[in-house]
Design a binder for this molecule. Structure first.
Ligand code: PGA
Length: 277
């Protein structure tokens, strides 16, 4: 969007339009995050980092994160040591005090294991594991209290996009999972827009479609937390990001990085995404 263009805060017709230039990415350092989902063993994790770390040694333009399965976090932390690559979990429980919760991992454990980030509310967790906006909010606050930065995912299903509900879905997810945070908590959060129809399908959202959704999310942030907070929050795009489509996405003013599944599993591919410019 051109520097002088203006952007109305959605749903607030009486408010002064916020200058789009105040929202531009020059204020934000991109984050390129890999979501490994349920892939790789500890040995394969070590092998990945041996190859990947040298390939991104000169990447000063972005922060880099890898979120492996819990079992691989120690190998990832060891592999990333001495580099600028940071590590995250893919979920955390919402109780930070240790206790009888078989199968769960909490945010203080992630912190103690060397994690910086945790992905919260990924669409696969929403679809297959009963994640709701309410539990997204609970997990997000738990992560923040433990000093872990949440990457909170939102995004619409194909049917929702096709029936023209995208903005409504984004608003509902934002209001339920993110808006109840305090301004101080919101300042620590990264948002990822991941249209479900683009995840693992090879169907990347066009840069324009993604930009539209990112602008809606940033406007929601502006309405709730004010222009400064909206201008500062990182909004990542996720869904079939690859080395050959990342630059077009990153050229959009409201796209601040990528959450990458499939293409984060191969060192060369993820390095190609990180080194997009
Ligand atoms: P994909 O996954 O890059 O394989 O589409 C993205 C994600 O689910 O985070």
């Amino acid at each position: 969007m051109a520097g002088g263009a203006t952007l109305l805060v959605c749903g607030a017709p009486n408010q002064t339009p916020i200058s789009a230039s105040r929202y531009h990415r020059t204020m934000r350092t991109p984050l390129m995050a890999g979501n490994w989902k349920m892939f790789k063993t500890p040995a394969e994790t070590t092998e990945f980092f041996e190859k990947f770390v040298p390939l991104v040694a000169k990447a000063d333009h972005a922060e880099i994160a890898i979120c492996p399965p819990f079992i691989n976090i120690p190998a990832a932390v060891a592999g990333a040591k001495g580099s600028k690559v940071t590590i995250g979990g893919q979920n955390c429980y919402w109780v930070n005090k240790e206790g009888a919760f078989t199968g769960e991992v909490n945010a203080p454990m992630l912190k103690a294991a060397g994690c910086t980030w945790v992905i919260i509310g990924h669409s696969e967790r929403r679809q297959f594991f009963g994640e709701t906006d309410a539990t997204v909010f609970q997990r997000t606050t738990a992560a923040l209290e433990a000093g872990i930065k949440p990457i909170v995912c939102v995004g619409e299903l194909l049917a929702e996009r096709e029936s023209g509900q995208t903005n409504e879905v984004l608003k509902t997810q934002f209001m339920g999972g993110i808006a109840p945070l305090t301004p101080e908590q919101f300042a620590q959060v990264v948002i990822a827009y991941e249209p479900v129809w683009a995840i693992g399908t090879g169907k990347v959202a066009t840069p324009e479609i993604a930009q539209d959704a990112h602008r809606v999310i940033r406007s929601l942030a502006g309405e709730k937390f004010g222009a400064e907070a909206a201008a500062a929050v990182l909004i990542l795009y996720g869904g079939s990001v690859k080395p050959d489509n990342v630059a077009g996405l990153m050229a959009q003013p409201d796209i601040d990085g990528a959450l990458v599944g499939g293409a984060s599993l191969k060192p060369e591919d993820f390095a190609g995404v990180v080194n997009f410019q």
